[in-house]
Write a new protein. Structure first.
Lengths: 404, 121
């Protein structure tokens, strides 16, 4: 890649979300803003190798994208929408200084997680608009056919335009509920992480970084939202353990057997700091509790032991906020460690069986507890279910080994 | 809706079927996967196929017959078997394909099954 291409890409990556959020908010049309910004990037790649990279590449991209939007609006002619466009065109001329480019990314995040938008489309929309990820990469991360993902994104952008969803920060009264949806969407990008016994899916690694980036952005844009900080702390703690999730031969290592010296100290410490800051607001919530659970696990790196009773208690609290399948299984695991395999198994068996037919962590834990209790045949059956539901060879091999 | 998961395996995976060191893990994984499909109530049918070297391909374009001792497709990854599943959507079919052991090493291709042809008019 030559310098111009590299500079164009760098400028694009650094400022894509900000430019897109600004254009989409102004024109109230995500798809048109994306097309215009895409054209501007192509134009940059054509022009810059000849003219050199401009002093302010972001301003250049903004001007080029605006020109596309204005031209497009002119071509649309006398359509009813053109009147609104005309007003924006005049505004655009009046406000031409990109130095004052307002940051509309928070409003864009709230648009992406708007209640009128299908839950399954929220995270993909965020990843595409704020980070500029392409549909194919998002599709792979979410295990969806690329054509299906593209269609979903096109439909959802049309809905934002047609329903006139406003680019704005929700009023204080509804902020908490709306923020929850934003947090859920970012968390979905991170993946089910540690809830999942398989938790180290290397294909999700890319999106984990993107999710943490979004989490950092959100805490910067909304510094007084303890749950946003809770989510960031949670992701940082999980990420800190990533290097320890595989041994040198690529084998799967469960949390309890991980070499704590391979946990990332800087990430772990940042997670602790962010969580402590969130706790000062004295407004607990689901993500702060989840982060607190991860923080309790992190104590093994500092104190050498794990306080399973404390972890079980935290899960009890979490179940009141968010009784997800993952939390219920993890609670049973914590009880088994804190008290006995029997107590853990009893908690596991309160989960309705139709909820777990395809839920791998349930079967892995069940196998583990039955084996500990000496029920060899039943344990092997449970392990088999877990093996059959695993997506990774390393996890399959680990469970095959445990099954023996 | 029915989908077929085509199990494409690498030569190394196909060799694992009879390799004394690896065959337990190989068969253990496929046995478990098949059990999981059955227990989840989505399994319609399927079969494992004998290795590609056992294949015989017949072609008779324009009546000119040619029989070959090779599989039809000359690719690195070979069809090793298939599963037919019944799930509500392609998304669900992809979830099951991702769990197929061949997805970790070779590939698992998902195709929607065609509905039976309409009755003659």
């Amino acid at each position: 890649m030559n310098d111009a291409a590299a500079a164009a890409e760098l400028a694009a990556r650094a400022s894509y979300g900000r430019l897109l959020a600004y254009l989409a908010a102004r024109w109230r049309d995500v798809a048109r803003a994306e097309d215009a910004l895409g054209d501007a990037l192509l134009a940059a790649l054509e022009t810059w190798p000849r003219t050199g990279v401009p002093d302010n590449p972001v301003a250049w991209l903004l001007t080029a994208a605006r020109r596309r939007l204005v031209d497009g609006a002119r071509h649309a002619g006398v359509a009813a929408a053109a009147e609104a466009d005309l007003k924006i065109m005049l505004d655009e001329r009046a406000d031409a200084s990109p130095a004052a480019l307002p940051d509309e990314r928070l409003a864009l995040l709230f648009v992406c997680a708007h209640p009128a938008i299908d839950e399954a489309a929220r995270t993909p929309l965020m990843l595409q608009t704020v980070l500029g990820l392409d549909a194919a990469r998002i599709a792979s991360a979410f295990l969806v056919a690329p054509a299906t993902m593209s269609q979903r994104l096109v439909r959802v952008k049309a809905k934002i335009r047609e329903a006139g969803i406003r680019f704005e920060i929700p009023a204080p009264g509804e902020l908490a509920a709306r923020l929850d949806a934003v947090l859920e969407a970012i968390y979905a990008a991170y993946g089910s992480g540690w809830e999942d016994v398989a938790g180290a899916d290397p294909r999700r690694h890319g999106l984990a970084e993107e999710a943490i980036w979004l989490g950092r952005l959100l805490t910067r844009l909304l510094p007084h939202a303890p749950e946003a900080a809770g989510l960031l702390a949670l992701m940082l703690h999980c990420e800190a353990r990533r290097p320890a999730r595989r041994d040198a031969a690529g084998g799967y290592v469960p949390l309890s057997e991980q070499d704590v010296t391979r946990w990332s100290r800087p990430l772990l410490e940042e997670g602790e700091r962010v969580l402590a800051q969130a706790a000062r607001a004295n407004a607990p919530g689901r993500f702060q509790l989840e982060a607190a659970i991860q923080s309790a696990h992190a104590q093994r790196a500092l104190a050498g032991t794990t306080d399973w009773e404390a972890i079980a208690l935290l899960y009890e609290g979490l179940l009141r906020w968010a009784p997800t399948l993952g939390a219920r299984v993890a609670y049973a695991a914590a009880l088994a460690e804190a008290r006995s395999a029997n107590v853990g198994l009893a908690a596991l068996e309160t989960i309705p069986s139709d909820a777990v037919v395809a839920y791998q962590p349930y079967w892995a834990l069940r196998g583990h507890l039955l084996k500990a209790l000496g029920h060899a045949t039943q344990a092997r059956d449970a392990y088999d279910r877990a093996i059959g539901l695993s997506e990774e060879a390393a996890v399959r091999n680990f469970l095959l080994d445990r099954k023996r | 809706m029915q989908y077929t998961i085509l199990v494409y395996e690498t030569p190394a995976e196909l060799a694992a079927r009879t390799d004394p060191k690896r065959k337990d893990a190989y068969w253990g994984a496929y046995r478990a996967y098949t059990t999981a499909l059955r227990e989840a109530g989505v399994m319609v049918g399927g079969a494992g196929l004998q290795p590609p070297r056992t294949a015989t391909t017949v072609r008779q374009p324009g009546g000119k017959r040619r029989v070959q001792d090779d599989p039809f497709a000359d690719t690195k990854e070979q069809l090793g078997g298939y599963y037919v599943i019944d799930v509500p959507s392609l998304d669900k079919a992809l979830e099951w394909a991702a769990r197929c052991p061949s997805a970790s090493t070779g590939a698992a291709e998902v195709r929607p099954n065609m509905p039976p042809p309409p009755p003659p008019a």
